[in-house]
Design a protein around this ligand. Structure first.
Ligand code: NAI
Length: 621
């Protein structure tokens, strides 16, 4: 931890020495600037400027800085009137976007005189960022822009105009919804009252309100300067918003690539606000996260990962890192057939950079699922007791587009091994955003032919494996407090009784009920739970499924027969993988996959008597 000259902490936990200085911005206003990591001039260390929003100071970035400072020259500054920066006098008219642009240029020139900087803005830092990347005077001074929870006022103005000019029901609903979320903007336009509130009760209560609303640990953020920052910052709105929304500039196109991070649970900004963005921004990378407004506080890991990837990519593509156009990732994605097809773009937006753990990932549905998330740009942990198979999945996942992928050789029925896996994963890679408990085995044979050992084997893997995964990773997700999703692979056998599959069907019915119960319990934590129920899917499960009560020759004959039938049915595991990705995107509770699974689910509801009659027929497994 570094200390200010007055002894108070600057950045909790930030790595490396911090250098503080003052830079003179527009109208002679002195701006407080902090720098981390190596200085400029080193080609391998691009400069990343992090710009805070309202009501914040640069300390809002304290959880992001340590994750970037190893790789980048990281620069923060307090916007005029905030933190340790001087306030303009008079305040009125002192916060116009042209003054803020001049401040930014002064800082960029001071910290990186020879190379353009990469800009990351949150909230009003992002609103300012949009201005910086769309005005001519910053050309050549900015290399890329990552926007988090803060729209361009020009784009916002055009967005309203278009919806008011073509008032379809959907357009009006969007304007009204955003209008309701913007209540605080009207409030900040009233004179004096916001200042009184911030310097009085609101300023005192804000830290607790923030902590509760965003599920943040209480600490030394927000800082003691909050009431003053918030009172001054009201002028950001008053000096700019009304004027710019009513008269947006005609062609606000950025001159740099833009990465847009949209938290889908933002109480202040609705997702449709960004719907038209491709019109203005041809080079746009979209990312979404199911969290609220303060992404730099709640998901610093994810944000830092996206910034790292985007900055490295834009520098590589522009040749700033000396390797123009080269692609360092051994993707070769053309060699791995696409699992997602048309759904790729949406999946990339939703899962890019997220951590996804899949069990039973060495084969069949698990491998296809790992590859689907890899194609969406997720970081993948492929878990299987078949270590070689998991390693092969990891190799394919990297080629399919996973920025990182790791194999884990673990038996899901082993409680201790699963506990170690959970500890290792969170320590080395973070808390998974999505966990797919998919590992499973087949067991066929009548109830009277099924021994306690057979029952134990199938329940240990198919049910206990899922319980361990849900319990360990569900707890991690709850403790992180930022949502997540758990997928459990059940089966159509969970809907349909069968005289030939008592143990397997029981295990899958239990997985279905477990998923429903857990879904109810985890919903208040923003964690979704889905049960996937496929019918017959062409995977190697038929070759490994055991048949009880028969000799080895008969077992082989039955395996061959079911393998042949599954092959004839020819339903590919990739379609199940797509259904899994879709289930997470839409937060679906129970997802039958294949027509027979839909049919059996309907039958169990509408004609259970028929289902019971069917149960007496031997299925092909
Ligand atoms: P698969 O046999 O191709 O893949 C299952 C994977 O799970 C294998 O890589 C295997 O090594 C792994 N595994 C098994 N026991 C494990 C353990 N104790 N610990 C770690 N890994 C273990 O089978 P498939 O078809 O891909 O099955 C995946 C899931 O889908 C299973 O839960 C299965 O019950 C379920 N399912 C499969 C259907 C099908 O028709 N193939 C239909 C409905 C559900």
């Amino acid at each position: 931890m570094s200390e200010r000259s007055d002894g108070s902490p600057v950045e909790e936990g930030a790595r490396g020495p911090v250098r503080e200085r003052f830079v003179t911005g527009a109208d002679g206003v002195r701006l407080s600037v902090a720098e981390y990591g190596e200085g400029p001039g080193d080609a391998a260390r691009p400069t990343v400027v992090l710009l805070h929003g309202y009501p914040d100071s640069k300390e809002v970035w304290s959880r992001v800085v340590p994750l970037l400072a190893d790789r980048f020259h990281v620069v923060l500054y307090d916007v005029r009137g905030h933190g340790r920066s001087q306030a303009p006098a008079p305040l009125k008219g002192g916060f116009t976007l042209d003054r803020l642009t001049a401040d930014f240029l002064a800082v960029a020139d001071a910290v990186s005189p020879d190379r353009p900087v990469h800009l990351v803005g949150h909230d009003w830092g992002s609103v300012q960022g949009w201005e910086f990347v769309t005005v001519p005077q910053t050309r050549g001074r900015i290399a890329s822009f990552t926007s988090v929870s803060g729209p361009s006022l020009d784009h916002f103005g055009h967005w309203i105009r278009e919806r008011v000019r073509r008032p379809t029901a959907r357009h009006l609903a969007q304007v009204l919804s955003q209008g309701a979320k913007s209540w605080y903007i009207y409030a900040l336009h009233t004179p004096v009252l916001p200042e009184l509130a911030w310097r009085g009760p609101l300023g005192k209560r804000w830290p607790a309100m923030m902590a509760r609303a965003e599920k943040l640990p209480r600490g030394d953020y927000p800082t003691a300067s909050l009431p003053r920052d918030a009172a001054h910052g009201a002028w950001l709105y008053r000096d700019n918003v009304r004027q710019r929304l009513s008269h947006p500039r005609p062609d606000p196109r950025p001159h740099v690539p833009v990465q847009l991070v949209t938290p889908t649970g933002d109480p202040f900004l609705s997702v449709p606000l960004y719907a038209d963005l491709e019109r203005w921004v041809p080079d746009l990378t979209r990312r979404t996260l199911p969290v609220k407004h303060w992404v730099p506080r709640t998901r610093p890991d994810q944000l830092a990962g996206w910034v790292t990837e985007f900055v490295s990519r834009t520098d590589r593509e522009s040749g700033r890192d000396g390797e123009r156009g080269s692609d360092p990732a051994p993707t070769g994605s053309s060699k791995v057939p696409s699992v997602l097809g048309k759904g790729r773009a949406e999946a990339v937006e939703r899962f890019g950079g997220q951590l996804v753990l899949v069990t039973g990932a060495a084969s069949g549905i698990g491998r296809a699922t790992a590859l689907a998330f890899a194609e969406a740009g997720a970081r993948v942990v492929a878990v299987d007791r078949d270590g070689e198979g998991a390693a092969r999945t990891v190799e394919l996942a990297r080629r399919a587009g996973a920025p990182e992928a790791w194999p884990e050789t673990v038996d899901v029925s082993d409680a201790r091994a699963m506990e170690e896996l959970a500890i290792r994963t969170s320590a080395d890679r973070g808390v998974p955003d999505v966990v797919v408990n998919n590992a499973g085995i087949g067991l066929a044979g009548s109830f009277l032919d099924t021994s306690p050992a057979d029952w134990k084997e199938v329940l240990d893997v198919n049910l206990w494996g899922v319980i361990h995964g849900c319990r360990l990773f569900g707890r991690q997700m709850v403790e992180r407090g930022q949502g997540g999703h758990i997928v459990n692979t059940a089966s159509a056998a969970a809907f349909q009784p069968s005289r030939a599959l008592p143990a397997y069907s029981t295990s899958k019915a239990a997985v279905l009920m477990l998923s429903e119960c857990l879904r109810a319990e985890l919903a208040p934590h923003g964690i979704g739970v889905s049960a996937i129920c496929p019918g017959f899917v062409a995977t190697p499960i038929t070759a490994s499924a055991r048949h009880t009560g028969v000799d080895a020759a008969e077992q082989q004959r039955r395996r061959d027969r079911s393998a042949k039938l599954y092959k004839l049915r020819n339903y590919p595991p990739e379609k199940v993988a797509r259904a899994i990705v879709h289930a997470v995107q839409r937060d679906l509770a129970v997802v039958p996959v294949t027509p027979e699974a839909h049919g059996l689910r309907l039958l169990s509801r509408l004609a259970p008597g028929v289902a019971r009659t069917l149960a007496r027929v031997d299925p092909p497994l």
